[in-house]
Design a protein around this ligand. Structure first.
Ligand code: ADP
Length: 157
């Protein structure tokens, strides 16, 4: 049976922390689908097309990685594509508290879906898309936190 994991997130934008997580997860699965979740409550900085384009560029040479997007429930998206595993990263205790509840809910809604958590490497645990967006919006250089394929100019005001 093909082991497919969905790695859901906003990826607004993808950071080196996300890339590290995917690379470490690849030996565990036959396929990892990085899926951009569209959240009507959350205003994104970058368009869906731009985020998907960056994901495709970053993993262009990795045949086990696919990309996609979804609206509504992650569990329903997983069912649509035949995935039984979710991949998430844990950077700190607040990630854990939040993820624990979501994982338990997905296990019920998805009839037994398992969430596989990878603990962030120490060098990446301070990196989040939120911080990266703040740096960009503040006119700073976020390149140390971004994969080389993601070239973003600081915003000018
Ligand atoms: P969300 O909006 O769902 O938090 P993100 O795109 O911010 O989406 O993150 C997606 C996933 O990637 C989450 O599980 C998050 O914990 C994980 N992640 C983000 N940054 C890192 C990092 N630096 N190290 C490990 N995991 C990370």
């Amino acid at each position: 049976m093909t082991k497919i994991a969905v790695f859901p997130g906003s990826f607004d934008p993808i950071t080196v922390g996300h890339v590290d997580l995917v690379e470490r997860a690849l030996p565990l699965f036959d396929k990892v689908v990085i899926a951009v979740g569209l959240n009507s409550q959350k205003q994104s900085l970058y368009s869906l097309e731009q985020r998907l384009d960056w994901l495709a560029q970053v993993f262009a040479n990795e045949p086990k990685v696919e990309t996609g997007y979804f609206q509504n429930l992650t569990a329903h998206y997983c069912q649509t594509i035949g995935a039984k595993y979710l991949l998430r990263g844990l950077r700190n205790a607040s990630d854990f508290d939040y993820e624990k509840t979501i994982s338990q809910l997905n296990n019920i809604i998805g009839s037994g879906f398992e969430t596989i958590f990878l603990i962030s490497q120490p060098g990446y645990s301070h990196i989040s898309s939120t911080i990266v967006r703040e740096i960009i919006k503040g006119g700073g250089d976020a390149s140390p936190f971004l994969p080389p394929q993601v070239r973003i100019k600081p915003m000018e005001f």
